[in-house]
Write a protein that binds this ligand. Sequence first.
Ligand code: MLT
Length: 387
Amino acid sequence: MQVNTHLQQLKGNYLFTEIANRTQAYQQAHPEANVLRLGIGDVTLPLPPVIIDAMHRAVEDLAHAETFRGYGPEQGYHWLRQAIIDNDYTPRGINLTPEEVFISDGAGSDLGNLSELFDAANSVAILEPSYPAYVDTNRMAGREIIWLPCLEEHNFYPDLPKQKADIIYLCFPNNPTGTVLTRDELARWIEYARTNHSIILIDAAYEAFIEDPNIPHSIYEIDGAQEVAIEIRSFSKTAGFTAVRCGYTVVPKATGLQAMWSRRQCTKFNGASYISQRAALATYTPEGKAGIQANLNSYKQTARILSAGLCALGYTVYGGKNAPYIWCKTPDKMDSWAFFDRLLNQCQIVCTPGVGFGNAGQGFVRFSAFSNRKDVEEALKRMKTLA
Ligand code: MLT
């Protein structure tokens, strides 16, 4: 037996594990401390009652012979796939069929698993900084990575790859910088992919935070995108499902990959749970939509307060608009982890060190707005006292 040496060579802990370990160590040493968690982008507000009721009803279904369910379709229940199209795509003029929508147990799994569609010899272009799972996944598969630096001097916009990239990971609204792309900017990527026969994997987990009408909510709003793009979405950040686990991936038939993905899922994935899918369906009811919007509005308000407050304290900040993350420059070019430690030790605030998203993130930290007004106001008050 030989282990996967690519996986073995991954350095250190996964970013959010490292943050959790450091936070836990601090909390253990200071049990009295009220640690404010603005690190991982994890939701904090309770689910709307209509979603909870849907899960209770789904549990009841499993308790009675007449309504009992066993394995569901590996690709997800038709009623949820159709509801996704009717609510998330048709109103934006996008034509998709339910067979092109695959229900998942969250974006994280599919973002990793999709790489199985492609040969290990393919080159992969990844924005830097970026969500670390794209990098880890491709390193585990031993792929060559082409870095696309997103720098402050270019407002964190990536340039198109200078060499041919077979697979391109995009994330807009961007995690961690909060950058968004207009229709024209996204169209350049579609054109690149069409010209170079590349495939774009776009992580659209933060789509619900878009407020600007010039920013597309789906890559399929751009002509030709269905031939070259797979869109990964999640109910986690939209509807507060990080514990429930449900998301979906759109693999259009025009990519030529839909049947392969379906085949892969049948072998390796027995489908998202019936209870999660019933909960996801409830997000599209009028009460579900209203409840979700109320939670999103609260996070958006938190982002505005945090962003404005950090600016008032003299920090240089990006994002926080059309996105739940605030990308903040460390004072005096301080190292990201050093500033993380300083915030934790002096202010009992957890953030995410920018360098954890790649070297281009050095000298930045990321604050998550998945918190509440009281906590961010307290965080800003504590940061005012920073030496
Ligand atoms: C984050 O960047 O905080 C992540 O998106 C959390 C996650 O894994 O979903």
